[in-house]
Ligand binder design. Structure first.
Ligand code: ADP
Ligand code: MG
Length: 250
């Protein structure tokens, strides 16, 4: 499997008055191409800090973040802007859609920053909205859509420039539980079908069930990594095994 993200001994300290907050306290892990990883922890555990370091939005105090073979922590601001534009898609809790633009125009935005001609921007955005099941809402403004529909626009926008990695910080934090599950299933499907790499941060343990691996973070440390994909395989194997046994006794 191809390694896409490699984090080594990452520390982030914040000085607040006379005290020091260890927002990240020696974090190391690897993420592979095609994985859906969830970083789960309570409020204040360091999730957003970690995601900001991964995306190069903040500099670590110590340690390394290597993405697609490049050291993010060593890049200058102009290099980071280019790197993010070419390699990373973001999904935000509050959607961050532009209110005066319709769904198509919002999805096409990242391609404008890449300097793509309008016709090809609109064509790609159109295809992305089909992918997230918003065929009938392409001309709708954000305030003419439900929260779930707006976040599906957000998902389409994160994917349109064909990034290697997608980062999502509490992507369903503003949605009800039913809609949240719909959005999670959509993200899960896209990761599988398009072999994308998705790193999602959430405080909601239940949503982490949709991920392949779950990283539990507490007080700035990764305390446990669960392999859901492996757990599912084992459970299925066990089920088949038991099915076989009951057949034998029958
Ligand atoms: P989470 O996203 O899991 O809720 P954060 O990563 O936002 O947690 O914060 C982790 C810890 O770092 C918290 O104790 C928080 O108060 C602290 N922290 C985050 N950002 C700053 C900052 N800019 N200055 C000082 N402390 C911060
Ligand atoms: Mg946070």
């Amino acid at each position: 499997m191809k390694r896409v993200i490699c984090v080594k001994d990452l520390y982030k300290l914040y000085r607040v008055g006379d005290s020091v907050v260890h927002a990240l306290d020696g974090v190391s892990f690897e993420i592979y191409k095609g994985e859906f990883c969830a970083i789960v922890g309570t409020s204040g555990s360091g999730k957003s800090t970690l995601l900001n370091m991964l995306a190069g939005l903040e500099k670590p105090t110590k340690g390394q973040v290597v993405i697609a073979g490049r050291h993010v922590e060593e890049m200058r601001e102009d290099e980071l802007v280019k790197f993010r534009r070419e390699n990373v898609g973001f999904i935000f809790q509050s959607f961050h859609l532009i209110g005066t633009m319709n769904a198509l125009e919002n999805v096409a935005m990242p391609l404008m920053f890449k300097g793509e001609p309008r016709k090809s921007r609109m064509k790609k955005a159109d295809r992305m909205l089909d992918l997230v099941n918003l065929k009938k809402h392409k001309k709708h403004l954000p305030n003419q859509m439900s929260g779930g529909q707006q976040q599906r626009v957000g998902v389409a926008r994160a994917l349109v420039a064909d990034p290697q990695i997608i980062f999502a910080d509490e992507p369903t934090g503003n949605l009800d539980s039913h809609t949240s599950e719909d959005v999670m299933r959509l993200m899960q499907k896209i990761v599988r079908e398009q072999n994308r790499t998705l790193v999602m941060v959430t405080h909601d343990n239940h949503l982490a069930e949709f991920a392949d691996r779950v990283f539990h973070i507490s007080d700035g440390k990764i305390v446990r990594i669960e392999n859901k994909a492996e757990q599912k395989e084992q459970a299925e194997a066990k089920n088949q095994d038991e099915g076989g046994k009951s057949n034998e006794t029958a």
